[in-house]
Design a protein around this ligand. Sequence first.
Ligand SMILES: [Zn+2]
Length: 243
Amino acid sequence: MRVETLRAGDNFIYVLVAGQRAAVVDPGVAGPVQAFLDAEGLTLELILLTHYHGDHTGGVSALRRSGCVVAGPAGGPVALDRVVVDGEALDFGHSAIEVLDVPGHTAHDTAYCLPDEPALFTGDVLFAGGCGRLFGGDAAPMWRSLCRLRALPAETRLYGGHDYTLDNLEFAVHLEPDHPGVRERLARFRADPHAAHPSTLAEEKRTNPFLRCDDPALAATIGMPGRDVVAVFAAVRGMKDRW
Ligand SMILES: [Zn+2]
């Protein structure tokens, strides 16, 4: 299995390649995906949707004309060939794609995990160095979803839905200026942004403030020692929204 990262603005679109078969995660636009498929002689078999914001689904209608299966969580505006549910596994190539229900950015967020790689596609729930905004949800389910993702194997490669990494890491340094790991990660990113993608869950657990809201050192740094973890998470998310 090979994972190709395509870019459309600050969106990441991922193409999973197994032999001459392809699956695409969150095709916000069709053009770059079709160009890649054509250039590589690939057949698109599967579209995986993490949620239903237009910058993740805009390319679906054009790409599905090839006859591929469109899969995603129930309740969204896109007509699905397959509704995915938490805990099930889809087959692609010789790999299983596990479905994880991780609401919080929206009501529908779904992550896709390939444990054999291991690789994790998180849409707008978890990004390198950050997490998604809370659109219409409160902080508790998002924190639970982030904890669920954090519990996956540390060597798992992280493929988030947007390239917000520089902004996220600058915010992380602003939040915890004395955290040596965060400063070092920002310096490493500035020196070679391409080498930083994809990140790993090990790196995120060490330096992503949104995965560390239960770290007493972080709570103390922002003046919330001993406070409930969801309150700390909501405060950090609010600071990032206003930053
Ligand atoms: Zn979104």
